[in-house]
Design a protein around this ligand. Structure first.
Ligand SMILES: C[S@@+](CC[C@H](N)C(=O)[O-])C[C@H]1O[C@@H](n2cnc3c(N)ncnc32)[C@H](O)[C@@H]1O
Length: 306
Protein backbone atom coordinates (compact mmCIF):
# COMPACT_ATOMS: atom_id res chain seq x y z
CA UNK A 1 0.00 0.00 0.00
CA UNK A 2 1.14 3.52 -0.74
CA UNK A 3 2.82 5.36 2.13
CA UNK A 4 3.25 9.16 2.27
CA UNK A 5 6.62 8.87 3.95
CA UNK A 6 8.04 7.23 0.81
CA UNK A 7 7.14 10.24 -1.30
CA UNK A 8 8.62 12.88 0.96
CA UNK A 9 12.35 12.50 0.39
CA UNK A 10 13.96 15.92 0.77
CA UNK A 11 17.19 16.88 -0.92
CA UNK A 12 19.31 19.86 -0.03
CA UNK A 13 23.02 20.60 0.05
CA UNK A 14 25.77 22.46 -1.82
CA UNK A 15 26.61 22.27 -5.50
CA UNK A 16 30.18 22.21 -6.98
CA UNK A 17 30.51 25.99 -6.69
CA UNK A 18 29.60 25.84 -3.01
CA UNK A 19 26.21 27.51 -3.52
CA UNK A 20 23.22 26.25 -1.68
CA UNK A 21 21.30 23.89 -3.89
CA UNK A 22 17.64 24.59 -4.25
CA UNK A 23 15.77 22.66 -1.60
CA UNK A 24 13.66 20.20 -3.46
CA UNK A 25 11.13 17.82 -2.03
CA UNK A 26 9.91 14.82 -3.95
CA UNK A 27 6.52 15.21 -5.54
CA UNK A 28 3.52 13.10 -4.65
CA UNK A 29 3.70 9.89 -6.62
CA UNK A 30 0.20 9.14 -7.88
CA UNK A 31 1.27 6.03 -9.80
CA UNK A 32 0.45 3.76 -6.83
CA UNK A 33 -3.14 4.98 -6.87
CA UNK A 34 -3.71 4.93 -10.64
CA UNK A 35 -4.43 2.09 -13.04
CA UNK A 36 -1.31 2.13 -15.25
CA UNK A 37 -3.22 0.93 -18.32
CA UNK A 38 -5.28 4.17 -18.33
CA UNK A 39 -2.08 6.14 -18.93
CA UNK A 40 -3.09 9.40 -17.26
CA UNK A 41 -0.41 11.67 -15.86
CA UNK A 42 -0.72 14.65 -13.51
CA UNK A 43 -0.19 18.12 -14.97
CA UNK A 44 1.04 19.44 -11.62
CA UNK A 45 2.05 17.95 -8.28
CA UNK A 46 3.09 19.04 -4.81
CA UNK A 47 4.64 17.01 -2.06
CA UNK A 48 1.15 15.95 -0.94
CA UNK A 49 -0.95 15.85 -4.06
CA UNK A 50 -1.42 15.57 -7.80
CA UNK A 51 -3.59 17.55 -10.17
CA UNK A 52 -5.04 16.41 -13.50
CA UNK A 53 -6.72 18.31 -16.33
CA UNK A 54 -9.05 15.50 -17.38
CA UNK A 55 -12.76 14.94 -17.49
CA UNK A 56 -14.12 13.72 -14.13
CA UNK A 57 -15.10 10.30 -15.51
CA UNK A 58 -11.74 9.72 -17.14
CA UNK A 59 -9.99 10.74 -13.91
CA UNK A 60 -12.15 8.74 -11.47
CA UNK A 61 -12.12 5.72 -13.79
CA UNK A 62 -8.32 5.75 -13.72
CA UNK A 63 -8.15 5.36 -9.91
CA UNK A 64 -7.51 1.89 -8.54
CA UNK A 65 -10.55 0.49 -6.72
CA UNK A 66 -10.56 0.88 -2.94
CA UNK A 67 -7.71 3.39 -2.63
CA UNK A 68 -9.41 6.67 -1.67
CA UNK A 69 -10.35 7.73 1.88
CA UNK A 70 -12.68 10.60 1.04
CA UNK A 71 -14.33 12.13 -2.02
CA UNK A 72 -15.64 15.67 -2.09
CA UNK A 73 -17.65 16.57 -5.19
CA UNK A 74 -19.02 20.03 -6.02
CA UNK A 75 -20.18 19.57 -9.63
CA UNK A 76 -21.76 22.23 -11.83
CA UNK A 77 -25.41 22.60 -10.69
CA UNK A 78 -26.86 22.59 -14.23
CA UNK A 79 -27.87 26.21 -13.99
CA UNK A 80 -26.52 27.18 -17.39
CA UNK A 81 -23.45 28.86 -15.89
CA UNK A 82 -20.45 29.49 -18.04
CA UNK A 83 -17.47 27.78 -16.52
CA UNK A 84 -14.85 26.97 -19.13
CA UNK A 85 -14.95 25.88 -22.76
CA UNK A 86 -15.12 22.14 -22.10
CA UNK A 87 -17.75 21.96 -19.34
CA UNK A 88 -21.46 21.61 -19.95
CA UNK A 89 -23.83 23.19 -17.41
CA UNK A 90 -27.02 23.02 -19.49
CA UNK A 91 -28.14 19.42 -19.78
CA UNK A 92 -31.66 18.07 -19.95
CA UNK A 93 -32.70 17.13 -16.37
CA UNK A 94 -32.61 13.38 -17.01
CA UNK A 95 -29.29 13.65 -18.79
CA UNK A 96 -27.79 15.66 -15.90
CA UNK A 97 -28.85 13.02 -13.38
CA UNK A 98 -27.53 10.17 -15.55
CA UNK A 99 -24.20 12.00 -15.85
CA UNK A 100 -24.06 12.38 -12.05
CA UNK A 101 -24.92 8.70 -11.56
CA UNK A 102 -21.99 7.73 -13.81
CA UNK A 103 -19.32 9.67 -11.90
CA UNK A 104 -20.88 8.70 -8.54
CA UNK A 105 -20.49 5.02 -9.53
CA UNK A 106 -16.83 5.60 -10.42
CA UNK A 107 -16.30 7.42 -7.12
CA UNK A 108 -17.85 4.58 -5.13
CA UNK A 109 -15.52 2.11 -6.82
CA UNK A 110 -12.47 4.24 -5.98
CA UNK A 111 -13.44 4.58 -2.29
CA UNK A 112 -12.02 2.33 0.39
CA UNK A 113 -14.42 0.44 2.62
CA UNK A 114 -15.35 2.88 5.38
CA UNK A 115 -14.44 5.86 3.14
CA UNK A 116 -16.60 8.99 2.99
CA UNK A 117 -18.40 10.57 0.01
CA UNK A 118 -19.53 14.21 0.28
CA UNK A 119 -21.66 15.72 -2.47
CA UNK A 120 -22.48 19.44 -2.57
CA UNK A 121 -25.39 20.49 -4.74
CA UNK A 122 -28.79 22.15 -4.87
CA UNK A 123 -31.48 20.42 -2.78
CA UNK A 124 -33.37 19.88 -6.07
CA UNK A 125 -30.62 17.56 -7.37
CA UNK A 126 -29.51 16.09 -4.07
CA UNK A 127 -32.93 14.55 -3.38
CA UNK A 128 -32.32 12.35 -6.46
CA UNK A 129 -28.60 11.88 -5.87
CA UNK A 130 -29.07 10.84 -2.23
CA UNK A 131 -31.61 8.20 -3.28
CA UNK A 132 -29.18 6.97 -5.93
CA UNK A 133 -26.24 6.76 -3.53
CA UNK A 134 -28.35 4.74 -1.07
CA UNK A 135 -29.48 2.44 -3.88
CA UNK A 136 -25.81 1.81 -4.74
CA UNK A 137 -25.13 0.54 -1.21
CA UNK A 138 -23.67 3.62 0.47
CA UNK A 139 -24.72 4.40 4.04
CA UNK A 140 -26.48 7.71 4.54
CA UNK A 141 -25.06 9.75 7.43
CA UNK A 142 -26.21 13.35 6.96
CA UNK A 143 -27.90 15.94 4.80
CA UNK A 144 -26.02 19.03 5.92
CA UNK A 145 -27.73 22.35 5.22
CA UNK A 146 -25.13 24.96 4.35
CA UNK A 147 -26.85 28.28 4.82
CA UNK A 148 -25.65 30.70 2.16
CA UNK A 149 -27.83 33.50 0.82
CA UNK A 150 -26.32 34.15 -2.53
CA UNK A 151 -29.13 34.06 -5.04
CA UNK A 152 -32.10 36.29 -5.60
CA UNK A 153 -35.61 35.45 -4.39
CA UNK A 154 -37.53 33.27 -6.91
CA UNK A 155 -41.08 34.25 -7.85
CA UNK A 156 -43.63 31.83 -6.33
CA UNK A 157 -41.06 30.00 -4.16
CA UNK A 158 -39.55 30.30 -0.72
CA UNK A 159 -36.28 32.20 -0.69
CA UNK A 160 -33.65 29.49 -1.26
CA UNK A 161 -31.02 29.93 1.41
CA UNK A 162 -29.26 26.61 1.79
CA UNK A 163 -27.19 24.27 -0.27
CA UNK A 164 -27.23 20.57 0.47
CA UNK A 165 -24.09 18.72 1.46
CA UNK A 166 -24.66 14.96 1.41
CA UNK A 167 -22.46 12.81 3.62
CA UNK A 168 -22.40 9.08 2.86
CA UNK A 169 -19.94 6.33 3.78
CA UNK A 170 -19.06 3.05 2.10
CA UNK A 171 -20.13 0.79 4.95
CA UNK A 172 -19.34 1.70 8.54
CA UNK A 173 -17.32 4.94 8.72
CA UNK A 174 -13.63 4.21 9.18
CA UNK A 175 -13.00 7.68 10.60
CA UNK A 176 -15.43 9.97 12.37
CA UNK A 177 -13.88 12.78 14.38
CA UNK A 178 -15.92 15.07 16.58
CA UNK A 179 -15.64 18.71 15.53
CA UNK A 180 -16.54 21.53 17.91
CA UNK A 181 -17.27 25.13 16.93
CA UNK A 182 -16.93 28.19 19.16
CA UNK A 183 -20.02 29.29 21.05
CA UNK A 184 -21.74 31.77 18.74
CA UNK A 185 -21.54 35.44 19.58
CA UNK A 186 -23.23 38.51 18.13
CA UNK A 187 -21.04 40.35 15.62
CA UNK A 188 -22.13 43.72 17.00
CA UNK A 189 -22.40 43.38 20.80
CA UNK A 190 -20.20 40.27 21.24
CA UNK A 191 -22.84 38.72 23.51
CA UNK A 192 -23.71 35.04 23.18
CA UNK A 193 -26.59 34.42 20.79
CA UNK A 194 -28.24 31.43 22.52
CA UNK A 195 -28.97 30.97 26.21
CA UNK A 196 -28.50 27.13 26.13
CA UNK A 197 -31.51 26.66 28.40
CA UNK A 198 -29.63 27.39 31.62
CA UNK A 199 -26.91 24.80 30.88
CA UNK A 200 -24.27 27.32 29.78
CA UNK A 201 -21.92 26.58 32.71
CA UNK A 202 -21.95 22.85 31.98
CA UNK A 203 -20.92 23.37 28.37
CA UNK A 204 -17.63 22.12 26.98
CA UNK A 205 -15.15 25.04 26.87
CA UNK A 206 -13.84 23.73 23.53
CA UNK A 207 -17.13 24.71 21.91
CA UNK A 208 -20.41 23.18 20.81
CA UNK A 209 -20.83 19.97 18.85
CA UNK A 210 -20.99 20.70 15.14
CA UNK A 211 -24.59 20.28 13.94
CA UNK A 212 -25.96 19.44 10.50
CA UNK A 213 -26.94 23.07 9.85
CA UNK A 214 -23.95 25.26 9.04
CA UNK A 215 -24.75 28.95 9.15
CA UNK A 216 -21.24 30.23 9.75
CA UNK A 217 -19.86 29.72 6.24
CA UNK A 218 -18.65 32.96 4.66
CA UNK A 219 -19.57 33.53 1.01
CA UNK A 220 -16.58 33.82 -1.29
CA UNK A 221 -17.26 37.24 -2.75
CA UNK A 222 -13.95 38.95 -2.76
CA UNK A 223 -12.04 39.00 -6.04
CA UNK A 224 -8.83 37.98 -4.30
CA UNK A 225 -10.27 34.46 -4.02
CA UNK A 226 -10.94 34.35 -7.74
CA UNK A 227 -8.48 34.26 -10.56
CA UNK A 228 -8.81 36.64 -13.50
CA UNK A 229 -9.04 33.46 -15.60
CA UNK A 230 -11.83 31.94 -13.52
CA UNK A 231 -14.63 34.21 -12.37
CA UNK A 232 -16.95 31.44 -11.13
CA UNK A 233 -17.61 31.05 -7.41
CA UNK A 234 -15.34 29.09 -5.15
CA UNK A 235 -16.36 27.50 -1.88
CA UNK A 236 -15.11 28.72 1.45
CA UNK A 237 -12.22 26.60 2.70
CA UNK A 238 -14.17 26.35 5.98
CA UNK A 239 -16.46 23.76 4.36
CA UNK A 240 -13.49 21.73 3.19
CA UNK A 241 -11.70 22.05 6.53
CA UNK A 242 -14.76 20.54 8.19
CA UNK A 243 -15.35 17.61 5.89
CA UNK A 244 -11.65 16.77 5.92
CA UNK A 245 -11.41 16.96 9.72
CA UNK A 246 -14.59 14.94 10.25
CA UNK A 247 -13.81 12.07 7.92
CA UNK A 248 -10.04 11.71 7.49
CA UNK A 249 -6.78 11.52 9.38
CA UNK A 250 -3.44 13.08 8.41
CA UNK A 251 -1.90 11.15 5.50
CA UNK A 252 -5.30 9.98 4.16
CA UNK A 253 -6.11 10.47 0.49
CA UNK A 254 -8.76 13.07 -0.44
CA UNK A 255 -10.13 13.21 -4.00
CA UNK A 256 -12.06 16.01 -5.73
CA UNK A 257 -13.20 15.41 -9.34
CA UNK A 258 -14.38 19.05 -9.82
CA UNK A 259 -11.41 21.06 -8.59
CA UNK A 260 -12.66 24.54 -9.62
CA UNK A 261 -10.39 27.04 -7.92
CA UNK A 262 -8.65 24.31 -5.89
CA UNK A 263 -10.24 24.93 -2.46
CA UNK A 264 -10.22 21.22 -1.57
CA UNK A 265 -6.55 20.87 -2.41
CA UNK A 266 -5.53 24.02 -0.51
CA UNK A 267 -7.33 22.78 2.60
CA UNK A 268 -6.04 19.21 2.23
CA UNK A 269 -2.49 20.49 1.88
CA UNK A 270 -2.82 22.66 5.01
CA UNK A 271 -4.16 19.69 6.93
CA UNK A 272 -1.47 17.26 5.78
CA UNK A 273 -3.77 15.03 3.80
CA UNK A 274 -2.71 13.59 0.45
CA UNK A 275 -4.91 14.77 -2.39
CA UNK A 276 -5.73 14.11 -6.02
CA UNK A 277 -8.10 15.99 -8.25
CA UNK A 278 -9.00 17.26 -11.65
CA UNK A 279 -10.70 20.12 -13.44
CA UNK A 280 -11.60 19.91 -17.09
CA UNK A 281 -10.84 23.61 -17.72
CA UNK A 282 -9.17 25.23 -14.73
CA UNK A 283 -6.13 23.15 -13.80
CA UNK A 284 -3.81 26.14 -14.51
CA UNK A 285 -5.84 28.31 -12.11
CA UNK A 286 -5.52 25.63 -9.42
CA UNK A 287 -1.80 25.40 -10.01
CA UNK A 288 -1.54 29.19 -9.63
CA UNK A 289 -3.36 29.02 -6.27
CA UNK A 290 -1.33 26.09 -4.98
CA UNK A 291 1.94 27.81 -5.79
CA UNK A 292 0.93 31.23 -4.45
CA UNK A 293 -1.40 32.50 -1.75
CA UNK A 294 -3.88 29.71 -1.05
CA UNK A 295 -6.51 32.03 0.46
CA UNK A 296 -7.75 29.96 3.36
CA UNK A 297 -10.62 31.38 5.38
CA UNK A 298 -10.28 31.76 9.13
CA UNK A 299 -11.63 28.72 10.94
CA UNK A 300 -11.84 28.37 14.74
CA UNK A 301 -13.20 24.81 14.81
CA UNK A 302 -11.42 22.30 17.00
CA UNK A 303 -11.24 18.54 16.62
CA UNK A 304 -12.10 16.95 19.95
CA UNK A 305 -10.00 13.81 20.15
CA UNK A 306 -10.84 13.06 23.84
C1 LIG B 1 -18.82 24.33 -8.89
S1 LIG B 1 -17.22 24.33 -9.55
C2 LIG B 1 -16.21 23.67 -8.27
C3 LIG B 1 -15.72 24.75 -7.32
C4 LIG B 1 -14.76 24.25 -6.27
N1 LIG B 1 -15.42 23.40 -5.29
C5 LIG B 1 -14.09 25.42 -5.57
O1 LIG B 1 -14.27 25.62 -4.36
O2 LIG B 1 -13.38 26.16 -6.25
C6 LIG B 1 -17.30 23.01 -10.70
C7 LIG B 1 -16.04 22.83 -11.53
O3 LIG B 1 -16.18 21.60 -12.26
C8 LIG B 1 -15.49 21.74 -13.49
N2 LIG B 1 -16.05 20.74 -14.41
C9 LIG B 1 -17.20 20.81 -15.12
N3 LIG B 1 -17.41 19.68 -15.82
C10 LIG B 1 -16.37 18.87 -15.55
C11 LIG B 1 -16.02 17.57 -15.95
N4 LIG B 1 -16.79 16.87 -16.79
N5 LIG B 1 -14.89 17.01 -15.48
C12 LIG B 1 -14.09 17.73 -14.61
N6 LIG B 1 -14.36 18.98 -14.21
C13 LIG B 1 -15.50 19.54 -14.65
C14 LIG B 1 -15.73 23.18 -13.92
O4 LIG B 1 -14.69 23.62 -14.77
C15 LIG B 1 -15.78 23.92 -12.57
O5 LIG B 1 -14.54 24.55 -12.31
Amino acid sequence: MYDTADSCVRRSGRDDDGRDELKESAKFDSSGVLRPERGIEPCFATEHGALFDRDCEEFLGAIRPGTVDMIFADPPFNLGKEYGKRSNDSREEEEYLKWCYRWIDLGIEALKDGGAFFLYNLPKWNTHLAAYMSSQGLDFRHWIAVNIKLGLPIQGRLYPSHYSLLYFTKGKARVFRKVRTPIETCRHCNGEIKDYGGHRKAMNPKGVNLSDVWHDIPPVRHQKYKSSDRKANALSSKILDRVIEISTEPGDLVVDPFGGSGTTFASAEAKHRRWMGTDIDFAPVIEERMTGNRYLHRNDDVVDLD
